[in-house]
Design a protein around this ligand. Structure first.
Ligand SMILES: C[S@@+](CC[C@H](N)C(=O)[O-])C[C@H]1O[C@@H](n2cnc3c(N)ncnc32)[C@H](O)[C@@H]1O
Length: 214
C-alpha cells in the first residue's frame, strides 16, 4: 500500500467542499514561483494541444502567449473556476470523495496540478486516472512549494521534509505502471541563509515532479 490509513488523515477531516465553499481570490505562491512555473509550462507544453488544469482556481499559470486546443479546468469552487480566463470548460469534483474523472481515456496531452497535490488522500487512484486520461507521450506536471492549508494536507505530507515530499510525489507516479521515470526540478534560493532570514532573496521554493505516459 502506498500510504497507511493514518498517513491519509487530515487535521480537519470535514468535507473538503465546505472548506472551499467560499471563493478565495488570492494567489497561493509568490511571483517568483509563478514565473518559474510559467517558464516550465512554456518549455514543456506544446501549442494547440489539450490540457487539463486539475485542482485549479481563478488564476492560470499558463503562458499568456500560448494557445491551446482546449483547456479543461477542475477544482472545488465553481466561482473561482468561472473567473479563470483560460478555461474552455470546467467541472467541480471532490477527488477525496470520488477519484474517478468524468473524462474519456487518452484525451489529454498534458495534466497539470499546481500547489495542491498535498490535499489528495488517495493519490494512487488519482495518478492512475491521470495516466488513463493522458495520451501516450502525454506529460503530467505536479508542482508544489512549502506552503499549504496545513489542516487540509494529509499527514504524510505534513510530517515530511521538503526533500521527502519530492520522493512522495515520485512514488505517486511509480505506483502506477506506465509512466516514465519521474524527473525532478528544484529551484531554491541561492542567497545565504542569513540574508534569507532578513527577507533578501527568500522566495517560495519551487518543486516540480514530471513524468510522461509511456
Ligand atoms: C492552494 S489551491 C491551488 C489552486 C491553483 N492550482 C493555483 O495554482 O492557484 C488548492 C486547490 O486544490 C483544490 N482541492 C483541494 N482539495 C480538493 C479535493 N478534495 N478535491 C478536488 N480539488 C481539491 C481546490 O480546488 C483548491 O483550489
Amino acid at each position: 500500500m502506498l500510504l497507511r490509513p493514518n498517513q491519509r488523515q487530515k487535521l480537519d477531516d470535514t468535507d473538503d467542499q465546505l472548506f472551499y465553499a467560499y471563493p478565495r481570490f488570492v494567489t497561493h505562491v509568490d511571483d517568483g514561483f509563478i514565473q518559474q512555473l510559467t517558464d516550465l509550462y512554456r518549455d514543456r507544453l506544446k501549442p494547440n494541444t489539450r490540457i487539463i488544469d486539475m485542482m485549479s482556481s481563478w488564476v492560470s499559470h499558463l503562458p499568456e502567449e500560448m494557445e491551446f486546443a482546449h483547456i479543461e479546468g477542475h477544482g472545488l469552487n465553481a466561482e473561482e473556476l468561472a473567473r479563470n480566463p483560460r478555461l474552455n470548460h470546467y467541472f467541480v469534483q471532490n477527488l477525496n470523495d470520488n477519484p474517478q474523472l468524468p473524462l474519456p481515456d487518452q484525451d489529454f496531452d498534458a495534466v497539470l496540478i499546481c500547489v495542491s497535490v498535498q490535499y489528495l488522500q488517495y493519490p494512487e487512484a488519482i495518478f492512475s486516472e491521470i495516466h488513463r486520461i493522458l495520451k501516450p507521450g502525454g506529460i503530467a506536471i505536479i508542482s508544489f512549494s512549502n506552503r499549504m492549508f496545513f489542516q487540509k494536507a494529509i499527514q504524510a505530507w505534513r510530517d515530511a521534509s521538503e526533500v521527502s515530499r519530492v520522493e512522495l510525489v515520485k512514488h505517486y507516479f511509480t505506483s502506477v505502471p506506465g509512466f516514465t521515470t519521474p524527473e525532478v526540478i528544484v529551484r531554491q534560493s541561492t542567497m545565504p541563509y542569513f540574508l534569507q532570514l532578513m527577507g533578501i532573496g527568500a522566495g517560495d521554493p519551487f518543486y516540480a515532479v514530471i513524468a510522461y505516459r509511456n
